[in-house]
Design a protein around this ligand. Structure first.
Ligand code: HPA
Length: 243
């Protein structure tokens, strides 16, 4: 099963990836965020795409999710690991650590969110992440000895602004344990294309208003993401050889 990795904020390139070639894929939905990179990582063929472009220039609400996922499917991806920076709403999910959510609540608006515009087609989305792929990532996290939380509920917000303290309280009441801006429609589009999809969330910060913060400090985010991405690399080192 060919693996693709979508890198988010903090992961615009994959350290250790031996790049074979870059391919610009033109899709019926427009241009993907960047050329698709084909390469080898830990001895396996891997496809990589930078969600926000290689220069990290595309904001979350402008990402062409339909083109990105279609392009990955087109070049042969069968399973998809989505790395995504999030804010944490769960005391156990600490800045710099990883989480493998098992549920999603979609709070986004106005995004191109489906391939089924011309025909009536309803995907099952009870469990939005592929359970087997998720379980394998959790096992790899355990083996790699990284800091992680095994499950969680990902709240997808519209951005690009961060949330208010009251909005975070509402997300917590709804049962969300993390918040990010790109989880949807990405997960649903993957399901529409029959791609096995799971998210590796990286905690960049405590969500707004939590842990006594007056404001969310942007310079802390960068340090936490650096730590988190080091853990993602360890995770992939355990995950990929077992594919
Ligand atoms: N909110 C939404 N998206 C995010 C956050 C956050 O606090 N941190 C990183 N991505």
């Amino acid at each position: 099963m060919t693996l693709a990795i979508i890198g988010g904020t903090g992961l615009t390139s994959l350290a250790g990836l031996e790049i074979a070639r870059r391919e610009m894929v033109h899709t019926p939905y427009g241009e993907p965020s960047a050329p698709v990179t084909h390469g080898d990582l830990h001895g396996r063929r891997v496809i990589f795409l930078a969600r926000h472009g290689y220069g990290h220039t595309i904001p979350p609400h402008r990402v062409n999710f339909r083109a990105n996922l279609w392009a990955l499917k087109h070049v042969g991806a069968e399973q998809l690991v989505a790395v995504a920076a999030v804010g944490s709403i769960d005391d156990a999910f600490k800045p710099g650590d990883l989480a493998f959510p098992d549920q999603i609540i979609d709070y986004t608006a106005g995004r191109e969110h489906t391939y089924f515009d011309e025909d009536v087609n309803h995907i099952d989305f009870t469990y939005p992440y592929d359970p087997k792929l998720r379980q394998r990532m959790v096992a790899a996290a355990e083996e790699a000895n990284v800091g992680y939380v095994a499950g969680g509920c990902y709240a997808a917000t519209q951005g690009p602004r961060l949330e208010t303290a009251a909005e975070i309280k509402r997300l917590a009441r709804d049962g969300s344990t993390m918040v990010g801006m790109t989880g949807m429609p990405e997960a649903a589009l993957a399901r529409e294309l029959n791609l096995a999809y799971a998210t590796c969330a990286v905690c960049a910060n405590w969500a707004a208003g939590l842990h006594g913060q007056e404001t969310v400090a942007m310079n802390d985010i960068e340090a936490n993401l650096n730590q988190g991405m080091a853990q993602v690399r360890s995770l992939l080192g355990a995950f990929i050889p077992r594919l």
